[in-house]
Design a protein around this ligand. Structure first.
Ligand SMILES: Cc1cc2nc3c(=O)[nH]c(=O)nc-3n(C[C@H](O)[C@H](O)[C@H](O)COP(=O)(O)OP(=O)(O)OC[C@H]3O[C@@H](n4cnc5c(N)ncnc54)[C@H](O)[C@@H]3O)c2cc1C
Length: 420
């Protein structure tokens, strides 16, 4: 096989395949180097195997990083409409859920992965798996890749090696080593969209509960983030989409040794005062013959009732009518703000993404090209950008992959000496 390419893409995940496809569509001769035995492994596990591949609601608020505005030029060049059109052309029709979340109509993430791989094949984009890259070097003419399968050369290089989350799918962080050797700075990298661990012993008693509510994250006593939805309480701590959404803040704070609390509000639609009134009515007006636990029956899941009463120091068998106003105020406080000391996250292996990565101040957001190394481009999660849960991380992979692939190809096609 030929060893010289216009563009070598490192990493055959969502952003790398997208970059390879668009570089080849623009006329470039492309090789993708993948260290796993197969390409696109992570796409298969997205959205619980259904792949939430984009979201109609877009904007800077859905993306995080040191400079979230970095995403805007790429999202403008390849937006949700373009994404839907691209996949429809490949045969993947979209199915919309909850008014904004897009999944493939087949309900299978494998449709997305397979259609990208078929398009690579159609365009003669070579994908070399099990590659074992030992070194990537900038040369006078471009780049050289020293691998287990010999040496490869290219004019331009796109690094799309992902972050550090879910390493069984291939993103083990090894790409960051090449990036640092090429002279780029990395920001701190932590697990995000991840479950949080708590130290309270009552967690064992409420494990398995799913309840609608609000989670707020406090760092050194200051509220930093909140989200509402279905909270999942587990033996080790807290989970569920709202917890995922705020987890990045807890994760960074914990990595800096700061104190982190999560406050769970099980009645977010009511104020404290309304909650106190509700409990007074339930305990003092409508609870004849009932004990404290029975007075809460139907308001919260049973296991949670027991924990809330215990935290408010009200015996569960105490006759409801004998509970004092102070006790009920304390109970209302616990229902509105059950405090969990967050001791850690469930780590990179359980995270959906990592937050942090290539410092975006060293990358041109219009082209995804390095500001330090001409001809070097980046795409996807490897950059210091993490999206919220809901299709935003894949949208970032598609948009940044499109820009990196198109721009690298136009640089090669123009015979630009900067990248030759
Ligand atoms: C369980 C789970 C569910 C998710 N669900 C969704 C969802 O529904 N919607 C959504 O938007 N996002 C979801 N995400 C996040 C999304 O999958 C990622 O953000 C996205 O895949 C990132 O794309 P990427 O191309 O940057 O990186 P990756 O998809 O991680 O691809 C990187 C590729 O590079 C390869 N690679 C790494 N290092 C090397 C190396 N040294 N040499 C050669 N190859 C290398 C890897 O093997 C991999 O193939 C989910 C993630 C997980 C883990």
């Amino acid at each position: 096989m030929s060893r010289q390419f216009d563009i070598v893409v490192v990493g055959a995940g969502a952003s790398g395949l997208m970059a390879g496809i668009h570089a080849a569509r623009a006329g470039a001769h492309v090789l993708i180097l993948e260290h796993m035995d197969k390409a696109a492994k992570k796409i298969l596990v997205t959205g619980n195997g259904k792949c939430n591949f984009t979201n109609e609601k877009q904007g800077i608020a859905y993306y995080h990083g040191k400079n979230p505005a970095f995403v805007l030029p790429a999202l403008r060049q390849f937006d949700v409409k373009e994404t839907l059109r691209f996949f429809e052309e490949l045969g993947v029709y979209p199915k919309k859920k909850w008014e904004a979340y897009y999944y493939p109509a087949s309900g299978q993430a494998s449709s997305v992965a397979q259609s990208l791989l078929l398009e690579c094949k159609r365009l003669n984009v070579r994908i070399a798996c099990n590659i074992g890259i030992r070194e990537i070097k900038k040369t006078a003419k471009g780049f050289s890749f020293h691998t287990k399968q010999g040496e490869f050369f290219s004019n331009c290089c796109i690094i799309a090696t992902g972050g550090k989350a879910a390493k069984k799918t291939g993103s083990d962080g090894s790409g960051f080593l090449y990036i640092e050797k090429l002279g780029h700075k990395l920001t701190d990298i932590v697990p995000a969209l991840v479950q949080l661990q708590g130290k309270q012993s009552f967690l064992k008693e409420i494990a398995g509960i799913r309840a609608d509510g609000k989670v707020s994250i406090y760092i050194e006593k200051e509220k930093i983030a909140e989200d509402t939805g279905e909270l999942q309480l587990t033996e080790f701590g807290i989970s569920g989409i709202p917890v995922f959404q705020v987890s990045r803040y807890a994760s960074f704070a914990l990595s800096e040794g700061k104190q982190v609390f999560a406050m769970l509000d099980f009645l977010p639609q009511l104020t404290e005062e309304e909650t106190r009134d509700l409990l007074r009515k339930r305990f003092l007006c409508f609870a004849e013959g009932k004990n404290a636990a029975q007075a809460l029956l139907g308001l919260f899941p049973d296991k949670l009732n027991a924990v809330l009463l215990n935290e408010a120091q009200i015996p569960i068998r105490k006759p409801a009518g004998e509970c004092s106003t102070e006790e009920l105020s304390l109970l209302a406080g616990k229902a509105k703000a059950l405090c969990i000391d967050v001791t850690g996250t469930k780590g990179f292996d359980n995270a959906q993404v990592s937050a942090g990565g290539v410092d975006t101040s060293e990358v041109n957001p219009m082209t995804m090209e390095s500001r330090l190394v001409p001809g070097l481009y980046f795409a996807g999660e490897v950059l210091d950008i993490d999206g919220m849960c809901g299709g935003y991380n894949l949208q970032w992979a598609w948009s940044s992959g499109f820009v990196a692939g198109t721009e690298a190809a136009s640089c090669c096609m123009a015979g630009n000496t900067q990248c030759m």
